[in-house]
Design a protein around this ligand. Structure first.
Ligand code: SF4
Length: 750
């Protein structure tokens, strides 16, 4: 980074520190006529961070139309006055010189990245004409809508059902959380939701299975975990890799990958056989305990030890501790849970241990999260319901006005039972036309090549489409394959719909622009509305401006937009514990209003109604299982070009066990290529020789290895785990894509 760039992009953060720390003598050393932002009159504008999906409240410091610094909103329960490193790095996203600046129309072949600049009218007219042609020739379901992040609502939850397409999807479902949501709905009749309802404030014993708090940086989760640890809560980390959070743990269990369900079954066995479960809770709130008693009888700690590579006495010891601390003991659900294809059953097993501890709806266990009350904008009903799903699980189908409506093309209800959405399964119909053709794609903020497994298949699908429009901020890989590219403005330059958060204290937050949109970019709500009107869907857009839309919704809870623009957040009262529900019905929305230990719905579908351990394939000779995770300064494949965050981490490394490295004569820092079982390659990437990983695995931080030339900072840095995911295991219950079934070998760089 040049000095000039540093001043432009680092100035906000560095300046912010200077506000607090620069004493008088230092200030006297500054150049005489220079005025830093903190010497100017600044305005504090509350908004909501979008550097990841946690959506913390932020306060922007703005002077003379320029953003200089972001802080945490003190009253927003998701930020609690602080932002993480990525949140501070939002300044870099806004002022990234590589941003898309004008609407573009393709002039070269798909994938070549050759475009001409155009104006918004032409870009939207071309897009609408192409989508209408597909609708006329093949039906509305032949256009798929993919989206990620808050702004995707305007495209996948609003435009898609208004257009009449059921094929809307978000990667946050089948490539992330769907097994835990489906398992939770089957068991409790409630989703987990985007903010895991762990009662960190009161818990005394925490088990993290493959959950990387601190690397997977969710602001208040890190704050609350740290506070619980400081208060003396015990922590057990189960992971094939000694993660950052493992270094904070009382016990670290280096489990063999793919065997977690065996460990969970053994814990259930120990708790039941020794009668340490919460009998009163089980009798009052659950159904199917007797079947579980029989089911877990053979799964002793000794049985699990042979499978998991963990000593039987340690398995038993942890179970004993769980019972000692219950109900203030909790197994955390985790976020990215699509591992081996049997993930809904593993999540059910994790919930069953929690249930035996009697911790759901109890202090120190899981609280009961409820959504804040606020009414939707009164719209004319769409032809079909919104089906894109989200972190809260598959959305319920809405009114189906159209009787000849086709089902989703991804196999929901056919190739998998319960999850309503599987984005990766919508790629195949683009190529094969089965079960029916998908000919058009509207993609919003999803880097298809860093998100979907089986990259070759993604490229083939994009080649086969009649039309693809990409709405994005940056010239990411998939935008090079689009026919039209529409530059959206960043979250700091736009309104979005209200952020409504199910929480211990449910709340509503407002994202508002803190500066004017830069370049020729437009907000997502405006792009979707203009497109909708050109698609003949004007009746679904009775509101003319986003302010009018937000005002109407806020009025339903006695708020005004003017008030929310000043305060940023409005917190409501929740009912987090079972005692809050006494005499007010059951919080469990299952048919019987009780927790389903034994799952009748699975039994009726011919699936194990109680979880069972299934072995997963072992790495072939000379290969390692590819594990992947996050770094606290990056989000997905989205921030590797950010001028501020790149300074914190420029490229990833491949972790390799120290003894294995010695046997292979690999050295720390050596550059290698990674080659998977199907011959897919990624890299070059540096080797990190470490004792912090099992001998049968290697590990990459996700999101690196970009090859789009327009991403000048990210281009050619590190290796992409997604490029090496040429296989996945489909979860037959949720439709989740298990991604840890790929293996790689290391080749020295030629
Ligand atoms: S966790 Fe960090 S990146 Fe995510 S919303 Fe909060 S501050 Fe922003």
């Amino acid at each position: 980074m040049s000095r000039r760039e540093f001043l432009v992009f680092g100035g906000g953060v560095a300046g912010a520190l200077a506000t607090v720390s620069a004493p008088g003598p230092v200030r006297r050393l500054l150049p005489p006529r220079r005025r830093f932002w903190f010497q100017k009159a600044t305005t504090a504008v509350p908004t909501v961070c979008e550097m990841c999906l946690w959506r913390c409240g932020a306060v922007a410091q703005v002077a003379e139309g320029r953003l200089w610094k972001l802080d945490g909103h003190p009253e927003n329960p998701k930020s609690n006055g602080r932002l993480c490193a990525r949140g501070l790095g939002g300044v870099g996203e806004l002022y990234d010189p590589d941003r898309l600046k004008k609407p573009l129309i393709r002039t070269g072949r798909r994938g070549e990245g050759q475009f001409r600049e155009t104006n918004w009218d032409e870009a939207l007219d071309v897009t609408a004409k192409a989508l209408l042609k597909i609708k006329e020739d093949h039906g509305p379901e032949a256009v798929a809508f993919f989206g990620h992040y808050a702004g995707d609502k305007w495209f996948v939850d609003y435009l898609a059902p208004a257009f009449g397409s059921p094929n809307a999807a978000k990667p946050a479902v089948a490539l992330c959380t769907t097994p835990r949501e489906v398992a939770s709905n089957l068991t409790f009749g409630r989703p987990v939701g985007g903010h895991e309802p762990v009662d960190w404030d009161h818990t005394r014993y925490i088990i993290l299975l493959g959950t990387h708090i601190g690397e997977n940086a969710h602001n208040t989760m890190m704050q609350q975990f740290a506070a619980a640890r400081a208060r003396g809560a015990k922590v057990v980390v189960v992971d094939p890799r000694f993660s950052t959070v493992a270094s904070k743990a009382d016990r670290y269990l280096p489990i063999k990958p793919g065997t977690d369900t065996a460990l969970l079954l053994a814990w259930m066995h120990y708790i039941i056989v020794n009668q340490h479960y919460d009998a009163e809770y089980v009798a009052r709130y659950t159904e199917g305990f007797e079947q579980l008693v029989e089911h877990v009888r053979p799964f002793t700690p000794e049985w699990a030890a042979r499978i998991t590579d963990l000593p039987a006495e340690i398995i038993a010891d942890v179970a004993k501790d769980l019972c000692r601390y219950r109900p203030q003991a909790v197994l955390v659900p985790g976020r990215h849970v699509v591992w081996y294809g049997n993930d809904t059953q593993r999540m059910r097993a994790l919930y069953l241990v929690n249930i035996l501890l009697g911790n759901y709806g109890r202090r120190g266990g899981w609280y009961i999260a409820e959504s804040p009350y606020v009414e939707e904008y009164p719209l004319q009903p769409f032809p079909i319901g919104s089906e894109a799903g989200g972190c809260a699980g598959p959305a319920a189908s809405g009114p189906e006005a159209s009787s000849d409506r086709k089902p989703r093309a991804d196999g929901a209800g056919r190739t998998f039972l319960r999850g309503g959405v599987a984005i990766q399964e919508l790629v195949e119909p683009m190529i094969t036309g089965r079960p029916y053709p998908i000919k058009g794609l509207v993609s919003y903020a999803v880097n298809l090549f860093h998100t979907l497994p089986v990259r070759e298949r993604t490229a083939e699908a994009l080649r086969a489409l009649d039309f693809h429009v990409a709405v994005d901020i940056l010239p990411q890989e998939h935008t090079r394959w689009a026919d039209v590219v529409l530059p959206e403005c960043t979250y700091l330059e736009r309104y979005d719909d209200l952020i409504t958060v199910p929480h211990k204290t449910p709340f509503i937050a407002l994202r508002q622009p803190v500066v004017e949109p830069m370049h020729d970019s437009r907000p997502g709500w405006w792009i979707a509305r203009e497109l909708g009107i050109r698609l003949g869907l004007e009746q679904y857009y009775p509101w003319k401006t986003i302010e009018e839309y937000l005002e109407q919704r806020l009025n339903s809870v006695g708020l005004t937009l003017e008030e929310m623009k000043k305060q940023g957040v409005s917190v409501q009262k929740g009912r987090p514990y079972l005692e809050d529900w006494e005499g007010k019905g059951s919080p469990f929305r299952t048919e019987s209003k009780k927790i389903q230990i034994y799952c009748k719905e699975l039994a009726e579908a011919g699936i194990d109604p109680l979880p069972r351990y299934e072995p997963t394939p072992e790495p072939p000779e000379g290969f390692f299982r590819l594990l992947y995770g996050r770094a606290p300064m990056h989000t997905f494949g989205r921030t590797q070009n950010n001028p501020v965050l790149t300074r914190l981490m420029r490229e990833n490394e491949v972790w390799l066990n120290r003894a294995v490295a010695a046997a292979m004569r690999m050295t720390d820092g050596q550059r290698v290529m990674l080659v998977n079982q199907d011959g897919a390659k990624s890299g070059p990437v540096r080797v990190r020789v470490t004792a912090r990983i099992r001998k049968d695995c290697v590990y990459l931080v996700h999101g690196f290895g970009h090859n789009a030339p327009g991403l000048r900072r990210a281009h050619g840095r590190g290796a992409s785990d997604t490029a090496l995911q040429t296989r996945y295991a489909l979860d037959p219950i949720s439709g989740g894509a298990g991604l840890r079934v790929n293996f790689v070998r290391l080749e020295p760089e030629a």
